[in-house]
Write a protein that binds this ligand. Structure first.
Ligand SMILES: Cc1ncc(COP(=O)(O)O)c(C=O)c1O
Length: 434
């Protein structure tokens, strides 16, 4: 039986100094469930009690090659020798920007920041400057970071399926005045977007979208929908911002835009760029991006840090020039096949969403096409399964809306262990629910 005795003891200490005993609310899993990590290597992490886990959370996406990847860490060490930050620029910024433009054609110009939040915040600001319109469309179930304008979400857990779900602030301290900036729509209904734009196009300057919803089970846009909203954005002078913070350099070399063969006006990237080193990007069409420096302020003390840039340069080189993403994809397909067999043998309805590198596991016969349909899946089974997976040594998010993330290092001996542990956890869950 897994013991968290040391983690629990550490929690008692940490909570005296850190709210919830952690540095992000999402890392708090309860007083006796919060895990403190000792170290990670490859596709696995070890907690301070010595428990070993195959990790399918991967820090919510940054780890694309594996923890403590020696190729990236060696590059990062060379980045340390450069000196960090200078309130001046280094040549490496241009080199990494060129690499990004090569991999993502929509990224004509590039600016660096440190977190996904900062990148999306910058993208929205640039879009507002370009269009002169303050409002933005967001998807129900979408998540774009922790800055005020996007901290509104459609409440589905108490939704009675009549009318539209209520828009609620994502926690306290979100100014009420920012509610009116948000125009939520369910994914995959272009008619609703058209109606909305017909009525409010004078107020709406941006459509912020994750075509594979990285915070909502990997629910995926249909190609026709993407085509339609591209056309609607052009027609109504709306900047199409594709938030690739999770999908970028993960689901394909050119992200979700390559996968679905369409082009953003602006796009944001973060997680996988540096295999865990903090770096993010706002990028896009030259005529829009040129507003930065010509009216729009963008910057920050730590932007263009030499360690993160060096790590990003190496990570992107590996992703661009090796078959790492193909290997992840193949692993993901084999994983889905194995998980699927275990579930089918037990007559448990299931389906997979997203891309293999960022996949949702759904307990329903068919995958949902928007967040509203998530309520029809047996997410209670997921909620019961997740803690058993943790006990067996598989890390997934306790919340079924967070997809599973895969990395190159998983291909190194994680599959059989995962399937064995998963099977055990499923059987315990079935018994528990009987
Ligand atoms: C799609 C998307 N955008 C933005 C963010 C915010 O990124 P960060 O947590 O690095 O600020 C996230 C974080 O999970 C995300 O998934």
């Amino acid at each position: 039986m897994r013991s968290l005795a040391k983690s629990n003891k550490h929690f008692e200490r940490a909570v005296n100094k850190l709210p919830l005993g952690v540095s992000s609310n999402f890392r708090y899993w309860g007083e006796d469930k919060t895990i403190y990590v000792d170290h990670g290597k490859g596709g696995r992490v070890w907690d301070i009690d010595g428990n070993e886990y195959i990790d399918y959370r991967l820090a919510y996406g940054p780890i694309i090659l594996g923890y403590a990847d020696e190729r990236v860490d060696a590059a990062a060490k060379r980045g340390m020798d450069v000196g960090g930050v200078f309130a001046l620029s280094t040549e490496l910024e241009y080199q990494v920007a060129k690499r990004i433009s090569k991999m993502v054609p929509a990224a004509e110009l590039v600016r660096f920041s440190n977190s996904g939040t900062e990148a999306v915040m910058a993208a929205l600001r640039v879009a507002r400057a370009y269009t002169g319109k303050d409002g933005h469309i967001v998807l129900e179930g979408g998540y774009h970071g922790v800055f005020t304008e996007v901290m509104w979400h459609s409440e589905l857990e108490e939704w009675d399926e009549e009318g539209d779900p209520e828009l609620q602030p994502f926690g306290d301290g979100v100014p009420e005045v920012t509610r009116d900036l948000c125009y939520p729509v369910p994914l995959n209904d272009a008619n609703l977007v058209e109606d909305l734009l017909r009525r409010y196009h004078k107020h709406i300057g941006a459509f912020l979208i994750e075509p594979i919803m990285g915070n909502c089970c990997g629910i995926t846009a249909e190609p026709q929908y993407l085509h339609d909203i591209r056309e609607l954005c052009d027609r109504y002078n709306v900047v199409l911002i594709v938030d690739e913070v999770k999908t970028g350099f993960r689901v394909a070399k050119g992200g979700v835009q390559e996968l679905f063969d369409f082009k953003a006006d602006l796009c944001t990237f973060a997680k996988a760029i540096g295999n865990g080193y903090p770096i993010s990007i706002v990028a896009g069409r030259e005529d829009i991006m040129r507003h930065i420096g010509d009216g729009v302020v963008h910057g920050g003390t730590f932007t263009g840090h030499s360690v993160s840039l060096a790590a990003a340069d190496k990570t992107l080189e590996i992703l661009d020039e090796t078959d790492a993403l193909e290997a992840i994809r193949n692993y993901g397909l084999r994983l889905q096949e194995g998980l699927g067999e275990i579930l089918s043998e037990r007559d448990i309805a299931h389906s997979f969403t997203g891309a293999p590198a960022l996949m949702g596991l759904f307990f329903a016969d068919s995958a949902p096409s928007n967040y509203r349909e998530w309520v029809d899946s047996n997410y209670e089974f997921y909620d019961a399964l997740a803690p058993e997976l943790h006990n067996q040594g598989i890390l997934v998010e306790p919340d079924s809306r967070e997809p599973w993330f895969l990395c190159e290092a998983h291909t190194d001996g994680c599959l059989d262990d995962t399937l064995r542990r998963f099977e055990r956890a499923v059987d315990i869950t079935i018994e528990k629910l009987e």
